[in-house]
Design a protein around this ligand. Sequence first.
Ligand code: MN
Length: 292
Amino acid sequence: MTIKKVQQILPPAPAHMVGDGFKVHNFFPSGYNISNRRMSPFFMLDYNALMELSPSETPRGVGVHPHRGFETVTIAYQGKIAHGDSFGNKGIIAEGEVQWMTAASGILHKEYHEEAFSKKGGLFQMVQLWVNLPAKDKMSEPKYQALTRAIIQRSTHHSPLVRVEVIAGNYQDTPGAASTFSPIELYNIQLSSGGKVDLHFPAEYNTGLLVIEGSVLINQTDKAAQDHFALFENVGTDISLEASADARVLVLSGAPIHEPIASYGPFLMNSQEEIRQAVIDFNSGKFGYLED
Ligand code: MN
């Protein structure tokens, strides 16, 4: 048992807009000068930090666009997001809920603030992760998992000061809600003042933590503040977290996919040839149809 040390704590990079509805800080792959394989199988992390959304009669967001070769995982912390895709899936991601969309061979989707929430305005905070797929699964059938509050299990931790919501993987025999194509651990952890939790991940797993609310002390040495991302070394297995005030963190850890990466906009493949094919297939309507 050895400690998995913090390699770096990254403050949020300057925000940019995705469509007209999401003001995001990118932590990887573009926000910092780190390799696009560093957090594999996680390829991208966009974070809309807590903000007050002004009311709008017309919901803001991102119109119809394609994806191929990976999964989008959208986590709502405050406010509501509405989505729809070309396979007829649609729904609302409410606070504490997760949408796990497997674009795989190709899908069109749109992502907006939910209508009633948009009209009223209010607090908004969300995360979107892009999870890469192994080459053998990139052209599989698209799939959609609506991980509602009822589906996401909470670990009955030994301490009442800690609540672990297991989105994917397994935490102390509590199974994750999502089915995944490669080994992934994804948890939302809430710590009340004085709460402590120990986490264990294989040394080679790429591991990080985003502080959603409050701050946490990692391995009794590194303090990570709200909106900061802690990147862990690929050495050691054990992480301890403690909070001196209420805190909430998103923990992500996964087995790296050791395959080439070719990325272009909304496509994430293994070769340039596959990227060219994705563009051709999208332009010829093979991703289906979705009304804006
Ligand atoms: Mn999208």
